[in-house]
Design a binder for this molecule. Structure first.
Ligand SMILES: Cc1cc2nc3c(=O)[nH]c(=O)nc-3n(C[C@H](O)[C@H](O)[C@H](O)COP(=O)(O)OP(=O)(O)OC[C@H]3O[C@@H](n4cnc5c(N)ncnc54)[C@H](O)[C@@H]3O)c2cc1C
Length: 369
């Protein structure tokens, strides 16, 4: 790819409206030998925060898959080896199709990245052309979506989502319509990896996996052709994508279930707590348990989790931000009224974090609609 970086890449950049990036690595800001070096930014970046990686064109959460070739600590090496060379910041199916075709025609290794959350490093590849789906956005609700392309098929409320659509916005839009859907708990996840991996949700006990919800997909095949797949058309592709596939999906349709706002199943995630203790944390969030037990049929359990596997490496050079600033408290744990009191929720979290090092708190509650 490097040797092909001249005229051909310029041509690709033109055909995709200037959306071809040649980004520096996420952690290059920490290294004085890198053009994007910015020590202050390096210090204030939340290196344990999933969105740091989801929001960056080359960001991956598990750097071992890029051979640790650029790590946040200035004392560690940093080079672009191990990462894609160019990134298409895709916003629509056309960008995706042109990227797939370019890679095929020029025999370039192709990579696809949504959030970069993949635990097995499948969203990064050295010297590749990467298609970044985070900005393929769209939310379109259908009051009566026709399930199959035939005349005597059932219709149901549904939603069409772009592969990189933001989950907070999806849930907010669904809430406005008194609907919900089988979706993520982690707000930075992209639909591509989530659905091809099965897709666990708070509502899975009730409705099943997210992959099983999909009614229709628009995708780009390896030859660059854009096709639609559902239960009646391109069925092999449809069933393959609902399990596992390397095909590039950019738009998905799923049912939108009724939701009356009384609330349910829950999770609080991504709460790095510097130098705290499990006991202090439990004490500070006890009010949540008291509150939740007043909701019929909902049981709760606090599970403090220490990510000393995946994140241990980063904790050496940690740069953990203040609770309640960039780390929001979970969204389907409490009802709308309680969740709207951010000041009180933040105050509770801060109370638990004078100093110390717990990394994550999970609250599990039984789901009920
Ligand atoms: C903080 C966090 C929270 C999580 N929460 C949940 C959860 O609540 N429920 C759950 O089930 N899982 C959860 N996961 C796991 C998550 O679903 C997987 O890591 C998933 O692979 C992420 O998908 P992605 O596309 O964002 O990731 P990426 O790492 O960008 O991609 C993962 C794989 O999918 C491929 N891919 C990405 N986009 C597309 C596309 N549009 N078409 C085809 N292939 C594509 C990539 O090439 C790669 O092989 C969580 C993970 C993290 C890190």
């Amino acid at each position: 790819m490097a040797k092909r970086g001249g005229l051909e890449c310029n041509a690709l950049n033109t055909t995709i409206g200037g959306r071809l990036l040649k980004p520096a690595n996420t952690a290059a800001i920490c290294h004085s030998n890198q053009p994007t070096y910015h020590l202050e930014l390096c210090k204030t970046t939340l290196w344990t925060n999933a969105s740091t990686y989801a929001d960056h064109p080359l960001g991956i959460m598990n750097p071992n898959w890029s051979e640790d070739s650029c790590l946040p600590g200035p004392q560690y090496p940093c080079s672009s080896a191990g990462f894609p060379l160019y990134v298409i910041n895709a916003t629509c199916s056309g960008d995706v199709a042109k990227g797939v075709s370019f890679a095929r025609e020029h025999n370039v290794r192709l990579n696809v990245k949504g959030s970069g959350h993949d635990y097995l490093g499948r969203s990064t590849a050295p010297n590749s052309l990467s298609i970044w789906t985070k900005h393929v956005r769209s939310i379109e609700f259908h009051d009566a979506f026709q399930r199959k392309q035939c005349s005597a098929c059932d219709v149901l409320p549904a939603v069409t989502l772009g592969a990189g659509e933001d989950w907070d916005e999806i849930y907010a839009a669904a809430n406005q319509r008194n609907r919900t859907l089988v979706g993520r708990t982690g707000d930075t996840i992209g639909l591509g990896g989530y659905l091809t991996g099965g897709g666990h949700s708070h509502l899975s006990a009730m409705y099943g996996l997210a992959a099983d919800q999909v009614l229709k997909m628009d995708m780009v095949l390896a030859d660059g052709e854009m096709v639609t797949a559902n239960e009646a058309k391109n069925m092999e592709l449809f069933w393959a994508m609902r399990g596992e596939s390397g095909i590039m999906g950019y738009s998905y349709v799923a049912p939108a279930y009724p939701y009356n706002g009384t609330l349910v199943g829950g999770y609080i995630g991504g709460l790095p707590i510097p130098n705290g203790t499990v006991e202090r944390l439990k004490e500070a969030v006890a009010f949540l348990e008291d509150y939740i037990t007043t909701i019929p049929d909902v049981r709760t359990l606090f599970v403090p989790v220490q990510y000393l596997g995946l994140y241990a490496w980063y904790l050496v050079d940690k740069n953990v931000g203040p609770i309640g600033k960039s780390n929001a408290i979970g969204n389907r744990l409490l009802d709308r009224k309680a969740l709207s009191n951010f000041t009180a929720l933040r105050a509770a979290m801060k109370k638990a974090t004078p100093s110390g090092s717990i990394s994550n708190l999970t609250l599990v509650a039984r789901s009920r609609l």
